[in-house]
Design a protein around this ligand. Structure first.
Ligand code: ADP
Ligand code: MG
Length: 260
């Protein structure tokens, strides 16, 4: 069985991409076969995974979308890259912006990614989709094919307002397109426990959402080492294995694996 997890929050800079990469590699380290899908035209996940110039990549998610829309066969391994820490990556680049716009004229435009995922999911135990910072068609595509949605939330600014719009989208997708969709939980990221502000935000998130949603028990600490990994093409487990962020992501990985 394959579990598909969409990592979404329309706010940028809340550690979606960092979480996608370190959860994906965390699951791979536990022996699972993992595909990471970069679903953001900024290609940040592709960059973090070592493809520093994603716009020069020959094949990306854009080509996959094109094939699905044209109802063409997708050859095995099409557009998939392999990272040395044992995960596969479907990369993305700026072309996804235009592809997203052109989907407007496509029938069942919200289900294009699901078509693809259905074709490849028997090859993986986990597929993790790193969403772009918007609630547009491609994010809806990710939610429409996901089993769960993981919501990273930076404890650095007030996240409560933005979450309402995301939750509304999730519930609409669940009602109309994907009844199996569940919320994996809210993951607090960039937590600086030394500040009262972080503590206030955590208290507020728990107060507002704690009853209706799961606020995950793991919190990802704020750490310079974590921010440095983006440029290193490696996970936090390789870059700073003894650090607090590595152990937090490893704890998150255990939680997600146990919850599957
Ligand atoms: P998003 O995908 O939501 O836009 P990113 O994962 O790209 O967010 O993270 C935004 C920035 O914050 C990046 O520069 C990243 O390296 C940094 N970052 C991520 N996690 C942490 C952390 N735990 N501590 C400090 N910086 C972090
Ligand atoms: Mg990102």
């Amino acid at each position: 069985m394959c579990k598909v997890i969409a990592i979404a929050n329309q706010k940028g800079g809340v550690a979606k991409t960092t979480t996608a990469m370190n959860l994906g590699i965390g699951l791979a380290n536990k022996g699972h076969k993992v595909l990471l899908i970069d679903n953001d035209p900024q290609g940040s996940l592709s960059i973090c995974m070592g493809y520093k110039d994603p716009d020069s990549l020959e094949l990306t998610i854009v080509d996959v979308i094109e094939k699905i829309v044209n109802e063409e066969d997708i050859p095995e391994g099409f557009a998939i890259m392999h990272h040395s820490e044992n995960v596969d990556l479907l990369p993305s680049n700026i072309g996804l912006s235009a592809a997203e716009v052109s989907l407007v004229n496509v029938m069942s435009r919200e289900l294009v990614l699901r078509d693809y995922v259905e074709q490849i999911k028997d090859q993986y135990s986990y597929i993790i989709i790193d969403c772009m910072p918007s609630l547009g068609v491609m994010t809806v595509n990710a939610l429409a094919c996901a089993d769960t949605c993981l919501i990273p939330c930076a404890a650095a600014f007030l996240p409560v307002k933005g979450l309402q719009a995301l939750l509304k989208t999730i519930y609409t997708v669940k009602r109309r397109l994907n009844s199996k969709l569940e919320i994996e939980g809210i993951l607090l990221t960039m937590v600086d426990k030394r500040t009262n502000y972080a503590k206030e935000i955590i208290a507020e998130v728990n107060e507002v959402y704690g009853k209706s949603l799961r606020v995950l028990p793991t919190e990802i600490p704020l750490s310079i080492r974590a921010s440095e990994t983006s440029a290193m093409s490696k996970s936090i487990y390789e870059y700073d294995p003894k650090g607090r962020v590595a152990s937090a992501y490893s704890e998150l990985t255990d939680f997600v694996a146990d919850n599957s």
